[in-house]
Design a protein around this ligand. Sequence first.
Ligand code: PLP
Length: 396
Amino acid sequence: MFNQLQPVPTDPILGLMTEYKADNNPKKVDLSVGVYKNEQGDTPVLAAVKKAEEYRLNNEQSKAYLGMAGDVRFNEAMTNLLFGEHDVVKSGRVKTAQTPGGTGSLRVAAEFIARCNPTAKVWVTNPTWANHISIFNAAGLQVEEFPYFDFDTMGLKFDQTVETLSKVPAGDIVLLHACCHNPSGMDLNLEQWQTVADIAKQQGFTILIDSAYQGFGEGLNEDAAGLRLLASQVEEMIVCSSCSKNFGLYRDRIGAISIIGTDPAKAEIAFSVALGVIRAIYSMPPAHGADIVATILSSQELTSLWHQELDEMRTRINGLRSFVVDKFKEKGVPGNFDFIAKQNGMFSFLGIDKESIATLKKDYSIYIVGSSRVNVAGVNDSNADYLADALAKVLN
Ligand code: PLP
């Protein structure tokens, strides 16, 4: 059975993570993996999470199965976090199920889409999070790219985005990142979200939103403004969300899938199909992460502590963006990096060539993904000079 198998290459980012861990250089810098890091370079458990876990330890009543949709309190809290006081919530048009992380949510969405329309093409931004392509292919769906990020201007090529989306037919899916676009950091503004909504209505394709960084860009509500705008104007939509980053629950694997239907009855039918998909993949999600998020969001005290911690993470990331630009100027790194300060979330492309990226790793133990995407949160006061000096030397 297994003899004819060929090894699957390691995911390039996870491979870099292993190399980084094995590197003995005390000055090593990791700008590769997409986790938030504080000034000390750590990814600590949030205090709000610790408190919720303490509560759970003392109050958990049962380990009996949760059911396919997971924790009902969590699902309600996530619906509110994503949509706020939105009409789709009030009118009962949105149904949410807990999933194992954002990845699990996307995989459920992929299988759900395949059941709606097995020949649907899924249109993703060029570039996008690499796993998007694997996830939709795994469900047997074809993935197509539409122009999005412009490496010449380090901004959007929105005219080309519009041109391509205007040809996407009904029955296909268009995947957009709610905020903090991974890997480019370039988000749509509200006017551009409206343009996409107009094209979706005109063409009849279905929008899938991936919301993996709510609260990391401009704020919890601001980061959901695009998806809320769309939800007001289209009849059907899917939102896949993750609590990995904003609650720091990466390894607890907690996310959600929300399905908006034309009316409550149609939403219910679509939801039952999604639950059928869940049943056939993992049957039911694990309880821990959902309970932590639900406990935080149902307590005023813990919610306000979480807001403080989330604000702190966002403020640090945004501060780092300007800090990096200034530091690169001060150290004479050739090129204009002003765009970094204008982008959102943890990621930006440096726009440097593969040879320089390899030299940075070999000679300076600075780890950057081959596409030149960096996680800005990997920079801190103690490594910024070293990083900028190395870049200045390698790029000059
Ligand atoms: N979507 C995007 C754009 C991401 O960057 C990530 C994680 O890096 C995810 C989804 C999935 O997150 P997770 O499965 O860790 O919750």
